[in-house]
Design a binder for this molecule. Structure first.
Ligand code: BGC
Length: 353
């Protein structure tokens, strides 16, 4: 069957290849992916910077964001049910994984579908452990492809709330840096929660992504026009800042964007070898006197996947014309290069119409 694969570690090895058929073994559910999302991690893997093949294989099937359809009744699922699947799997030997939280794995020996040691979902059919499947309501339809990135945002916000909530705290104003899929979904989740939100990115105010931001009731800030420092000065600091642009320079500056008891959360990745600067007084004085925190968040727990399904459904009801615009490009598998080059919110590979 056809699949999108890479040779891990080899730049530009991404190709559509013929891979072995899979048949669902006892206890597994056969799933046919309809659409697979492409994200920054896929691009990094495609550049040979990330990704590990499963043991015994020299290739890795990509795809960790998908919506698919169950092929056969069984294990609590019915033929035709829409599903997606949890990406990260237990390392089998740490406290966090033992407690059902591989998103907090303590060893780093976890595996991730389509990323590390496990083939992904960009293929015509695969078999899955039913415990890893997440049901998607029929009304959400193909927007279910957004559940994976939304689960990443859900976890980050859940952790931010729990860190901020260690002391009396009012979460009122948030700044989201970046207007890609993670920035956009974070913006919408925070708007659903009733926060006042500013979303900042490099694009000008007439970019379609700016329109998507404002459609949620958030304010769009084009940073070449209004630099973040000026915005912070103007607003008076934020309770929550989320970095979803993948810029380490900005990440260092985030502690300086918080008001008292503020929490800054890093979700973007910046693998460049570089030194970043931080005003010593921000970390040496303001962070201490203001009880501020900077933390990172990766992956998602099952609770976040379930929260993502329910939030996307609420967002679909509240912004019915807007949410479908998040997926701005849909191409067949062999046009994967167009999906990788796409710079809107989300591009997907269509495996089945
Ligand atoms: C995925 C996460 C994964 C992370 C690191 C992200 O793109 O959404 O599930 O944990 O990459 O591999």
């Amino acid at each position: 069957m056809r699949a999108l694969v890479i040779s891990p570690g080899e730049a530009r090895s991404t190709r559509v290849a013929d891979v072995a058929e899979v048949s669902a073994r006892n206890g597994e559910v056969p799933v046919r992916p309809l659409e697979v999302g492409v994200c920054g991690t896929d691009r990094e893997m495609s550049e040979g910077l990330f990704g590990i093949a499963p043991e015994g294989d020299d290739f890795l099937v990509l795809g960790h964001e998908f919506v698919g359809v169950v092929e056969r009744d069984g294990h609590g699922f019915a033929r035709g049910d829409l599903v997606t699947a949890i990406v990260r799997r237990s390392c089998g030997h740490c406290l966090a994984c033992g407690e059902g939280a591989p998103d907090s794995c303590l060893t780093g020996d976890y595996s991730e579908r389509g990323i590390t040691r496990l083939h992904g979902f960009a293929r015509e059919l695969f078999a899955e452990d039913p415990a890893q499947l997440i049901g998607i309501p029929r009304v959400l339809g193909r927007l279910g492809v957004l559940v994976e990135p939304a689960s990443i945002c859900e976890r980050a916000i859940r952790h931010a709330r729990s860190i901020g909530g260690r002391q009396p705290w009012e979460l009122q104003r948030a700044l989201v840096i970046g207007a890609g899929a993670i920035g956009m979904l974070s913006t919408y989740l925070l708007r659903l929660a009733g926060l006042e939100v500013w979303t900042a990115a490099l694009d000008s105010a007439d970019d379609p992504r700016a329109d998507l931001v404002t459609a949620s009731g958030a304010r769009y800030v084009s940073t070449p026009v209004e630099p973040l420092a000026a915005l912070v000065e103007d607003v008076g600091g934020f309770d929550l800042v989320i970095e979803a642009a993948g810029n380490a320079e900005l990440m260092a500056a985030m502690l300086g964007m918080l008001r008292r008891s503020g929490v800054a959360c890093l979700i973007g990745i910046d693998p460049r070898v570089q030194r970043v600067e931080l005003d010593g007084r921000v970390i040496g004085v303001d962070t201490v006197l203001g009880n501020r925190v900077l933390f990172g968040s990766v992956n998602a727990n099952r609770v976040d996947w379930l929260a993502a399904v329910s939030s996307l459904d609420r967002a679909r009801k509240r912004w019915p014309d807007v949410l479908p615009q998040f997926v701005g490009l849909r191409v067949p598998l062999d046009r994967f290069e167009d999906a990788f080059d796409y710079r809107g919110v989300k591009a997907t590979l269509v495996l089945q119409e």
